[in-house]
Design a protein around this ligand. Structure first.
Ligand code: PLP
Length: 544
């Protein structure tokens, strides 16, 4: 059924001629541009709850032998793929950083594919290259606030880069630490630098055992990937516990010194401008001073939280970010740009030269090809989405969006605190918070129990939280994520908590109330809830 003819003549049509206006794909397109929310609520049905069931639709590894009509294929996509996707546009999907997007991105995405520019080199991108450089300049300005003459000098300079545009925070973090590594183990005397000679020679030349990166335990796992990729090794990602939720500068200094005294070199301190799990912001200003004292690079991972800088009211939370040698910001998080838009920004526009590469057929000496200083090669023009968003929303538009997220988070936190059977675990600095469901009677008991017993009881509450989170997700009305954290109230062992990211501007306080009520209903019907209350009499606790 639906088998298309195999002839070049027919295949050429796929390149040149769209299908009829009433074909399935055209219908999908029209529905999407007409009303995305309606499209999603109609087609994303998620009737299959388990991933294993969905896997049945993608079970064989046979290469399709013959061509298929686009329309037939579109049906197939709707049925197998779209139906079991996740409706990230839903205002009650508040578990992750991925959310609804402004509608204009759909049309821009079409323009992007229509033009199919490759930003690795000017020969395949032309205007997109200066556009991307301008976007990096605007974001650099947001962080570092240099004067006009600075940007005049560097924005389009072939020998400088204000940043590197990339696919996301992971690559941005790797890029920033790559630059840092190549600078810290740079050329010296007859030593040509780590980029040419490799790590083993560099360690010998600099007479060090290891190179390390220091951050808090809340650091994103991409930092662990970064030290792995850069050859430094995961054991040299020094993660400090953060009982106060943020990296303690005095402790960072002490640990950094200790590491150096053991014959190692500290590559960088990474401060986090909005942790992925709890949204906390490290004391960036003080950490910058610590990095200076230790003589290492200071990187700020503000992949998620960086957009707070748009808000005059809240940007002070990130105070000190302007002292960072490099900063990661993801546009595909709080800037509401589709995925694939991250940036590493460099305070010093000459720093990117530490990773500059040349090739004969492109990226020639003196060219403005962006690919000379990016980790990725072929790359699409996502910078256009950022450019357009910055224009369409403006700084003031972003400011409103950021402010309302933070204020809504505060309201939700108050709602949680006011509910006897919920416990706020980390209150929102920005618009992420964690909390858990726990019967009021158990909360009372936990206050007085000795640690060992409290821990045992808490592990039962953990089970309740896990059950509720899973059941809520399976019910499909709303979604909250979960994680495990050490929190100040319960000391040195981790507990399981719900994690909320308020990303979608369309989420209302009514949605939030409904989510709490749904969780409460699921929890109080759960077997673990009954078990908790049954063992809550102190006499029987030992068997709990
Ligand atoms: C999301 C995030 C990252 C990773 O970014 P990707 O775009 O997912 O690669 C890194 N650090 C922090 C703090 C993040 O929130």
């Amino acid at each position: 059924m639906g088998e298309a003819q195999v002839s070049l003549k027919h295949l050429f049509r796929v390149f040149t001629k769209p299908e009829h206006k009433d074909s399935k794909l055209a219908q999908i397109e029209e529905h999407l541009s007409d009303n995305i929310l309606d499209f999603l609520s109609q087609h994303v049905v998620t009737k299959k709850t388990s991933l294993e069931e969905v896997e049945q639709d993608f079970a064989d590894a046979m290469m399709p032998e013959s061509p298929e009509f686009v329309s037939t294929h579109a049906e197939n996509l709707l049925e197998k793929l779209v139906a079991h996707s996740v409706n990230t546009y839903s205002p009650t999907f508040i578990g992750h950083m991925t959310s609804a997007l402004p509608y204009f991105h759909l049309s821009l995405a079409k323009l992007l594919v229509g033009l199919n520019q490759n930003l690795v080199k000017i020969e395949t991108s032309k205007a997109f290259t200066p556009l991307e450089r301008q976007v990096l300049g605007m974001m650099h300005n947001l962080v570092y606030e240099q004067d006009e003459s600075f940007y005049e000098q560097y924005l389009h300079s072939a020998r400088h880069a204000l940043g590197a545009f990339c696919s996301g925070g992971t690559v941005a973090n790797i890029t920033a630490l790559w630059v840092a590594r190549n600078k810290i183990l740079g050329p010296e005397g007859r030593f040509p630098g780590v980029a040419r000679a490799g790590l083993a020679s560099a360690y010998r030349h600099y007479d060090i055992d290891n190179l390390g990166v220091l951050c808090s335990r809340r650091g994103h796992y991409s930092l662990s990937k970064a030290v792995d990729v850069l050859g430094i090794g995961r054991e040299n990602l020094i993660t400090l516990p953060c009982p106060e939720q943020v990296l303690d500068p005095a402790e960072a200094l002490r640990k950094g010194r200790e590491y150096q005294e053991q014959g190692n070199k500290l590559l960088a301190i990474v401060g986090i401008g909005g942790t992925t799990e709890t949204g906390h912001v490290d004391p960036l200003d003080e950490l910058a001073d610590v990095a200076e004292e230790l003589g290492c690079w200071f990187h700020v991972d503000a992949a998620w939280g960086g957009a707070t800088l748009f808000s005059k009211h809240y940007r002070g939370i990130l105070k000190g970010i302007e002292k960072a040698d490099s900063v990661t910001i993801d546009a595909h998080k709080q800037m509401y740009v589709p995925m694939g838009a991250g940036m590493a920004l460099f305070k010093n526009p000459a720093d990117a030269n530490a990773v500059r590469h040349h090739a004969q057929y492109i990226l020639r000496e003196g060219s403005k090809d962006l690919g000379a200083t990016t980790l990725e090669g072929s790359r699409n023009g996502m910078a256009m989405m950022v450019y357009s968003s910055l224009h369409i929303l403006g700084r003031r538009g972003y400011e409103l969006l950021i402010n309302q997220s933070i204020e809504k988070a505060k309201k939700f936190a108050a709602m949680i605190e006011a509910h006897p059977d919920f416990e706020l675990i980390t209150s929102p600095t920005l618009s992420i918070m964690t909390y858990r469901v726990c019967p009021a009677a158990i909360q009372e008991q936990l206050k007085t129990l000795p640690q060992v017993q409290a821990q045992r009881l808490n592990s039962k509450v953990d089970r309740l939280v896990v059950n509720v989170q899973k059941l809520q997700r399976e019910a499909g009305k709303s979604f909250v994520s979960r994680t495990r954290l050490e929190c100040p109230v319960y000391g040195a062992y981790p507990i399981t908590v719900f994690r909320v990211v308020l990303a979608n501007p369309m989420t209302t306080t009514r949605d939030l109330r409904a989510i709490l009520e749904e969780q409460h209903a699921i929890a109080s019907r759960n077997r673990v809830w009954q078990e908790l209350l049954a063992v809550s009499a102190p006499a029987t606790l030992d068997q709990a």
